[in-house]
Write a protein that binds this ligand. Structure first.
Ligand SMILES: [Zn+2]
Length: 453
């Protein structure tokens, strides 16, 4: 990571300064020293990272207190909502000069996933910064970085005297990592949200391992599938057709072949991660328990397997259901199945937005990133889940974007980190985006539809 850091650092510094630094540090390790303003920014980020909002016991009240105190110093209006007890949603507002225009909503979640403390080099809630400038903490990528970057960008824009035409809202929601039902889902359904008259939502994306930031305009829908086989029980020594385990194994083989074909397209670079159907077996259940484990001479009459499936929006859900019913769990082999999917993913496949001039929000984002000397990759389908579908299902365009280039993807991983130079660069990127979005006045319709992205 040092190599990456030095590349970023050197490219933004004049040549004479490089020579001077080279002279200064040739006999010692390069230690990052930031200007005073940046040090204060990094230290605020560390403060937020140090609040332990990991499941199963997230300290939401400390996070809320911190966010509200930040809002106060920046001079933003704030409201703390609690649709479900103990699940606080904070909404901040920077009023625009034209309140009739649809507003911008910048969303982030305050919760983070659990950690295995002993697997981390630096404690996950210390926000330790190593000599290369990497900030280690749970949430440094997913997504306390983004939440704080929104605030820092607004702080700077405000200090510079910038006046937004459209209003900007910043939402901090709980529970995204466990489904988002008490936070983002409730906010999206609320009267308060109606009043905000939101025209575009920005939400989380993913780190990029190269110099191009990643941007997401849709996400795959999760289907949780349980297939169940039944068959005659029998002695363990007997060979016979149609036992439950035999039936289930045939299905698993069929699923495995399908999975391999999808994975091959990904490995060959023919498709991106968000464009393939992923199928992952998450449990297997069979056997007759005994005090010492399982009865070994008995073939069970029931066997079950569970799969996490992610379906891109381009896939016809009906065909997928047909495949499950006919190949993976056919009744001819005494099999049944159940698919659990979120209500909004059961609806008709939406028209995919494209990036031509008539779709303002993606084009504006692209322009703003470029203006701040960043590069943007091709718009993608997000491979996992975020809070965005709660809004997209209401016809609101939502873009997933976390400005982290040249960074390994470490969300939910051990030793999650973000380099401080990358973090600071992200603030400049958001300044540029917020400036472009809030100044945009041509697109005045309320709640733009998905294909207007
Ligand atoms: Zn996240």
């Amino acid at each position: 990571m040092e190599e990456i850091y030095e590349t970023c650092f050197l490219s933004s510094v004049p040549r004479f300064l490089i020579s001077f630094l080279f002279f200064l540090f040739t006999s010692t390790v390069v230690v990052v020293s930031l200007p005073e303003d940046s040090s204060a920014i990094i230290s605020r980020f560390q403060q937020y990272l140090r609040i332990n909002t990991a499941h199963p016991n997230p300290d939401y009240s400390a996070a809320v207190d911190f966010i509200l105190s930040q809002a106060k110093t920046i001079g933003l209006e704030s409201q703390s909502l609690e649709f479900v007890k103990g699940m606080p949603v904070v909404v901040l507002k920077w009023a625009g000069t034209n309140p009739d225009l649809p507003s911008i909503l910048l969303n982030s979640h305050t919760d983070v996933v659990a950690v295995e403390h002993n697997k981390w080099t630096h404690p996950p809630f210390d926000a330790h910064i190593d000599q290369a400038g990497n900030i280690y903490a749970r949430g440094s990528q997913d997504m306390k970085s983004v939440g704080m970057q929104y605030l820092e960008a607004i702080r700077r824009l405000k200090n510079s005297g910038f006046q937004p035409v459209r209003s900007v809202y910043v939402s901090f929601v709980p529970d995204e990592e466990i489904g988002g039902h008490d936070g983002a889902e409730k906010l999206a359904e609320s009267e308060e949200f109606q009043k905000m008259n939101v025209g575009i939502l920005l939400d989380e994306g993913l780190a990029s391992t190269n110099e191009n930031y990643r941007v997401f305009f849709a996400e795959r829908s999760p289907w949780w599938l349980v297939i169940k086989a039944t068959g005659s029980p029998g002695h363990g020594s007997k060979l016979y057709d149609n036992s439950a385990v035999e039936n289930l194994m045939k299905s698993i083989e069929s699923v495995r072949r399908f999975r391999a074909a999808q994975f091959d397209m990904l490995k060959a670079g023919l498709k991106e991660a968000g464009e393939v159907i992923s199928v992952t077996m998450v449990f297997l259940k069979a056997g007759t328990p005994s005090p010492t484990g399982f009865v070994m001479n008995l073939q069970p009459s029931e066997a079950e397997a569970g799969f996490d499936i992610r379906i891109p929006p381009t896939v016809d859900a009906k065909l997928m259901e047909k495949r499950i019913g006919e190949e993976w769990a056919p009744s001819s082999r005494n099999m049944t199945f159940e698919v659990w999917k979120k209500e909004f993913f059961k609806r008709k496949v939406p028209v995919l937005p494209v990036t031509d001039g008539s779709k303002p929000w993606l084009a504006l984002l692209e322009g703003a990133v470029k203006k701040a000397n960043g590069k943007l990759g091709k718009p993608e389908v997000f491979q996992a889940s975020t809070d965005s579908p709660f809004y997209r299902q209401r016809g609101l365009p939502a873009i997933g974007f976390s400005p982290m280039a040249n960074t390994p993807i470490l969300l939910h991983d051990h030793n999650e980190f973000l380099n401080q130079v990358e973090y600071l660069k992200g603030i400049e990127i958001y300044e540029s985006i917020i400036e472009a979005y809030t100044s945009y006045t041509d697109h005045t319709r309320n709640a733009a539809s998905r294909d207007e992205l």
